[in-house]
Design a protein around this ligand. Structure first.
Ligand code: 7TS
Length: 424
């Protein structure tokens, strides 16, 4: 299932020779990559925070606002019909992209964060009670911790945390031990944003299901790198953000198994999520609209559909091999730098390289890299417990996308050498 495997060391020549993926051509599709920052060519290694948009996505947004802008699901006029059709077509593309069974299992949300909050509040408040336990892992993004803590405060449930080992992998024996008759929900990331670890989520789901415990997977960092098939994974919920998948900000997806979504109450009330309203009683709309109160991010949904169309034009095997080369080349090159320590050395990793220097703070690293045109993220990556686990305040993080190149990693390495010069 995973498209990226262990990072095997490669020389630069091996890495370039082995490349069949035409990265130069793909880069032409992303206008922003031609930018210079501080007079240097942009090297964009902050894809974990948000990825860049191909011209076709920008054009889809432009087309929507220039030619189709109208509210959906309500107009009798042509523009509204066109906008509705475009939005619902995007939903079908997403369904196909993650292999959900039906369009009604695809709920448009603002992003991963809202998807997780929706499940915590709608499913959690309805079906969890005092004494129940929710399992998360020690490598979650805050958006897969805090919504569950809020739920725990509301219903009196308890959060249990599966530890990770020193490579940044889930300790599966501990997970097995934590699963018990009190466990009522499991919510785990598919790929860690701070460490790059690919989590064995299929096994995690299967173990939970042995106890009939539903599982949500946070797919924010997985969908840009892995081929995700929600039926194969067997998960009950899967959340991801459009903006990390080369689509617009402000739109994302919550997949849910229809059987569960049917049982869950609405998350928010308002227009579009109802079929009949009287002051005595309101009848809710059918799926997925029951969970889509108010005017949604119509252009965003359409733009996300365009991103998925774009991705379907790429050869995924080539993309996977290229990303694997980037990660293995970067792991080797950065690993050779004096005093640099890579945080997150799992056997299976996707597109993320977090690192620290013994005597230079990650923010200083990020600032000097920026002067060299290299954009990385420096900080706790909204995963403070991961930083605590590794005993560091912050890391610098290079996160890759398929449009990155081996030459860009060389620029990063030279820039890191400058960091060492500046800070001795
Ligand atoms: N889950 C994971 C694993 C993430 O990496 C992120 C965002 C989120 C959830 C939240 O996504 P949102 O789109 O709803 O905000 N991660 C990052 C990051 O690593 N740097 O900036 C945002």
């Amino acid at each position: 299932m995973s498209r990226l495997m262990k990072a095997a060391p490669q020389t630069k020549d091996q890495a370039i020779q082995a490349s069949v993926f035409d990265v130069a051509r793909v880069r032409e599709d992303f206008p922003i990559l031609k930018q210079k920052v501080h007079g240097k060519p942009l090297v964009y290694f902050d894809n974990g925070a948000t990825s860049q948009k191909p011209q076709v996505v920008i054009a889809a947004l432009n087309h929507y606002y220039s030619a189709e802008n109208s509210n959906i699901h309500r107009g009798v006029h042509l523009l509204s019909e066109q906008a509705t059709a475009a939005y619902e077509t995007a939903r079908s593309k997403i369904r196909n992209f993650i292999n959900a069974r039906a369009d009604r299992e695809i709920i448009f949300v603002r992003g991963t964060t809202e998807g997780i909050n929706l499940v915590a509040q709608s499913y959690g408040r309805s079906f969890l009670k005092a004494g129940d336990e929710i399992i998360v892992s020690a490598m979650e993004h805050h958006s897969n911790i805090v919504p569950w803590q809020m739920l725990c405060e509301q219903v009196g449930a308890k959060l249990r945390v599966v530890p990770i080992n020193h490579d940044g992998e889930i300790v599966m024996d501990e997970y097995r031990r934590l699963l018990n008759e009190k466990t009522k929900f499991v919510s785990i990331t598919h790929v860690s944003n701070a460490l790059g670890t690919i989590v064995p989520v299929k096994e995690i789901v299967a173990l939970a299901h042995e106890r009939s415990v539903p599982v949500l997977l946070d797919g924010a960092q997985a969908v840009p790198h892995l081929k995700v098939d929600v039926q194969e994974l067997g998960c009950d919920f899967y959340a991801f953000s459009g903006h990390k998948l080369f689509g617009p900000t402000g739109v994302g997806v919550l997949y849910g198994r229809a059987e569960l979504l049917e049982k869950m109450p609405p998350y928010q009330g308002g227009g579009d999520m109802i079929s009949l309203v009287t002051f005595e009683k309101t009848h809710y709309n059918v799926l997925p609209y029951k969970f889509e109160a108010g005017t949604p991010h119509i252009a965003g949904g359409i733009g996300l559909g365009a991103a998925i169309d774009y991705l379907s034009t790429l050869n995924w095997q080539e993309v996977a091999a290229h990303e694997h080369r980037l990660l293995s080349y970067a792991t080797e090159a950065l690993g050779a730098i004096n005093g640099l320590r890579i945080i997150g050395t799992a056997k299976e990793k996707a597109g993320v390289l977090s690192f620290v220097f013994d005597h230079v703070h990650a923010h200083d690293v990020g600032t000097i890299l920026d002067q060299e045109g290299v954009a990385v993220r420096a900080g706790h990556h909204c995963a403070m417990p991961v930083m605590q686990r590794f005993g560091v305040p912050a890391t610098a993080r290079a996160s890759f996308a398929f449009y990155n190149t081996i030459e860009e990693i060389d620029v990063l390495v030279r820039a890191l050498e400058r960091v060492l010069k500046v800070f001795g």
